[in-house]
Design a protein around this ligand. Structure first.
Ligand SMILES: [Zn+2]
Length: 248
């Protein structure tokens, strides 16, 4: 049983269903209620909870209708921002990790490793494949702290982000670190996946720690290519974020 069902919504958002029992599922960032309802009906699932990573409409738009139609519980960042409680779903344990930065209510949902699966992380607009969200409601230091919190999770953690910005993120990464063979290879593989219509998620934390320039802000190789050899990780992160905002 594949626990995560990927549901592309809007232009480039991802909603997800996490199936924690044969017939029970949680929806993550369900921006389109109809798509989610069709999927749960088709797979004969009962929707028991909705997780919202942050308050932006392209992540929350379907929540009201879904809650109305399924009577499920809704768990969002603004209820849990102080400390990440642990919730049980069947045999899975889920931790809510507060990750302010993009918005002040941003949280990530971490399904802890279990017998058959490694950890699974739903990152909303905090961590993207090869990128990170724009700090809109918080400063870059807050965002950097949140990303470091995520980077401390196990290397085999599967990462399911809120948007498919992967191609432009690799393109940006290559403006920072043009000789990086690993990123060049990942971009090639990504374009192949897109061509063949295969999903571009998930990534792993191990891959992100190697290929995501934002997670590498404290890495001396990145500091040297952007000519900030003596700067701290937070300063380098702020500079990378500034360059990314200009890049697009
Ligand atoms: Zn957002």
């Amino acid at each position: 049983m594949e626990p995560v069902i990927i549901i592309p919504v809007l232009d480039d958002n991802f909603a997800y269903l996490f199936r924690y029992e044969k017939n029970k599922a949680i929806a993550v960032d369900p921006a389109d209620a109809t798509l989610i309802l069709n999927e749960i009906k088709r797979r004969n699932l009962e929707l028991t909870s909705i997780l919202g990573t942050h308050h932006h409409a392209d992540h929350t738009a379907g929540i009201k209708e879904l809650q109305h139609k399924t009577n499920c519980q809704v768990i969002t960042g603004n209820q849990h921002i102080a400390e990440g409680p642990i919730l049980d779903f069947g045999n899975f344990r889920m931790k809510i990790i507060p990750t302010p930065g993009h918005t002040s209510d941003s949280v990530c949902f971490y399904i802890e490793p279990s017998e058959n699966t490694g950890g699974i992380l739903f990152t909303g607009d905090t961590l993207f494949i090869a990128g990170c969200g724009r700090p809109i409601e918080c400063d870059t230091k807050t965002m950097w702290n949140s990303l470091q919190k995520l980077a401390a999770l196990p290397d085999n953690t599967l990462i399911y982000p809120g948007h498919d910005y992967t191609e432009e993120n690799y393109e940006f990464a290559l403006t920072i670190d043009p000789e990086n063979k690993f990123i060049q290879k990942l971009l090639e593989e990504l374009r192949k996946k897109q061509k063949e219509g295969r999903p571009t998620v998930p990534s792993t934390m191990a891959q992100e720690k190697q290929a995501n320039v934002f997670l590498r802000a404290n890495d001396s190789a990145i500091k040297s290519v952007i000519n900030m050899p003596n700067a701290g990780g937070g300063e380098v992160f702020a500079e990378l974020r500034k360059r990314k905002n200009i890049f697009g």
